[in-house]
Design a protein around this ligand. Structure first.
Ligand code: SAH
Length: 217
């Protein structure tokens, strides 16, 4: 297992969004935050040998980082074809080489029903724009459906929301840590050169019964 520092250095070399789309809230996950999240997940036994699914994979940093930490299988789901092109380039130039399965699609309507629990990692849209508050809810719903466990990044004021959502779905928040998401000035309405957004990362264990909904018991 590489050190957290080494992982961060590798991830810091990845390309960001070429023309970030504001409607999809395309903010790249900073390398230090991605490395922190993945390192914690790996220490918990949630990465190595597991299927790891990155929802809203963007430029692929979390899926690629999971593959570098020897996920059994790494999958990135992203709806924007241009972001996926960057993610593919990133996966092919990273050292050592990694394999990631990229899927173009809506991460909130996944036609997937894995037969063993997966680890979900995600930095979903927060719903910051145009009053789409808690756009991350639909992503958490997917995590609850497919995840044995999930790691997700949310706005700093999301603690009660994530706790309550998890409780409703029979899940448990086992870890939470605060972090800062530095984003460059990438949209015209950003006035400063860089902005620091306070975020919180949550690990949730989902109670996923072995019977898939719709199947006979
Ligand atoms: N972790 C990534 C992306 C974070 S931004 C990175 O660091 O690059 C959130 C991403 O979610 C964007 O790439 C956006 O295009 C994608 N996205 C937004 N809504 C989506 C949806 N419904 N299905 C799949 N991807 C979505």
């Amino acid at each position: 297992m590489s050190t957290k520092r080494a992982l961060e250095r590798t991830l810091a070399d990845l390309e960001g969004f070429e023309e970030p789309r504001v409607d999809l809230e395309q903010y790249p996950t900073p390398a230090d935050l991605a490395a922190n999240l993945l390192h914690l997940a790996d220490l918990q036994g949630d990465i190595a040998g597991r299927t790891v699914v990155d929802l809203g994979a963007g430029t692929g940093i979390l899926a690629i980082g999971a593959a570098l930490r020897r996920a059994g299988r790494a999958v990135g789901v992203e709806r924007d074809v241009d972001a996926l092109a960057v993610a593919r380039r990133n996966a092919s130039r990273v050292e050592p080489a990694v394999a990631v399965d990229w899927i173009r699609g809506d991460a909130t309507r996944l036609p997937l029903c894995p037969d063993s629990p997966v680890t979900v990692v995600m930095n979903p849209p927060f719903g910051a724009q145009r009053g789409r508050r808690h756009a991350d809810r639909a992503f958490l719903e997917t995590a609850a459906e497919i995840g044995g466990v999930s790691y997700s990044i949310h706005n700093a004021d999301s603690h009660d929301f994530v706790e309550a959502f998890a409780a409703d779905e029979g899940g448990t928040v086992t870890h939470a840590f605060a972090a800062i998401l530095d984003v460059g000035r990438q949209f015209p309405f950003h006035e400063e050169e860089t902005r620091a957004i306070d975020v919180e990362v949550f690990r949730v264990e989902w109670d996923r019964s072995p019977d898939v909904e719709g199947e006979s018991a």
